[in-house]
Design a protein around this ligand. Structure first.
Ligand code: NAP
Length: 303
């Protein structure tokens, strides 16, 4: 724990050792931040590249800050990033590097085939350029799922449920101490419609949690967001709610902040991981509603 004053805080922000990513103020008054005494709590474990720390400003205001200890970008692997939702996820994460706010990142697309991953990385960069974005500050590379997971701090599983558990067996050693994000929805087609078919654990998220090392933090998110919506980076029509569940508060906050700056999503804390089955089960409903009513890329909004 450390007490620093406003002047010192400004000095810290200007050094390259601390790359502040996100400030969120409950008092909605960031200006008050400067000049107050600040108390950092929960300062850092050395083996982690980011922390979530609470900062108390004066007596009443509370700021939360997520920051990195080093100037490197947060490395995010999108396994199965060659696929439908993976493609949209990669584009949305890449765009965060062009925004003043948002978690700056480097994206590694994972695939069973290194060549497919490379091609998907090139295609994503071309798509961004074709849409008129400057890609000079964007890094997207491709690799095998295992190497992508090894290189990353956050690993997003954009893979169908049938293939996820075998893949986790293959990459087990690469995901220790890391954050795994699951948008995975176990569902089957019955006739023309989809039906939610959770595993015995109750949800894909809980089955994944059972499979990964104890040190891996599982976050369930993005189940109710259509790939089409994520890929529509130019028009970006409606803004939908994205529910985020986890038993790890820090990991959940980080994914909430990633989601907040995707351009078309408003994150909502969905509670602990055992709530993920509710989120997962909404996806076949959305797909069926779209089909039955001639609609496209349906999402959810709570009001
Ligand atoms: N599509 C959506 O709108 C949407 C929305 C919400 C949630 N989700 C969830 O996101 C996940 C991915 O959905 P998707 O529609 O993007 O799937 P997808 O396009 O059918 O497949 C994604 C990737 O999975 C990889 N894959 C295929 N077979 C595999 C295997 N046997 N082992 C390992 N990897 C394999 C492939 O990558 P490589 O061939 O390059 O290895 C493929 O590109 C699913 O769990 C789904 O429930 C999807």
């Amino acid at each position: 724990m450390e007490i620093i004053d406003g002047d010192k805080e400004r000095k810290m922000k200007s050094t390259r050792n601390f790359n502040f990513l996100i400030f969120k103020t409950y008092s909605n008054n960031l200006q008050k931040f400067r000049g107050f005494n600040i108390k950092y709590s929960n300062l850092l474990s050395k083996d982690r590249s980011y922390i979530n720390s609470s900062i108390y400003v004066g007596r009443h205001s509370k700021l939360e800050v997520l920051f990195k200890l080093n100037p490197e970008k947060l490395k995010i692997a999108v396994l199965g990033g060659t696929g439908n939702i993976g493609e949209g996820m990669v584009l949305r994460l890449a765009l965060q590097n062009l925004m003043t706010e948002g978690v700056k990142n480097e994206i590694i697309i994972g695939s069973r085939s290194r060549e497919s991953a490379d091609e998907a990385a090139k295609a994503a960069l071309s798509e961004l350029e074709n849409c008129g974005f400057d890609t000079s500050s964007i890094t997207i590379t491709g690799n095998t799922n295992l190497e992508a997971a090894r290189a990353a701090e956050i690993i997003i599983l954009t893979i169908r449920f049938d293939h996820v558990l075998p893949l986790l067996d293959e990459i087990g050693e690469a995901i220790e101490d890391k954050i795994i994000v699951t948008p995975v929805v176990p569902m089957v087609k019955e006739g023309d419609l989809f039906v939610y078919k959770p595993p015995a654990e109750g949800s894909a998220a809980l089955a994944i949690q059972k499979k990964v090392p104890a040190s891996t933090k599982v976050v369930a998110a993005f189940h109710n967001i259509s790939a089409g919506k994520l890929k529509d980076i130019v028009k970006c029509k409606a803004v939908h709610h994205a529910l985020v569940c986890s038993d790890d508060a820090e990991a959940k906050k980080l994914i909430v902040e990633l989601t907040r700056h995707m351009g078309c999503l408003t994150p909502l804390d969905g509670g602990p991981l055992r709530q993920a089955n509710t989120m997962e089960s909404l996806t076949p409903l959305l797909i069926n509603l779209a089909k039955l009513n001639g609609l496209k890329d349906l999402g959810i909004n709570f009001s």
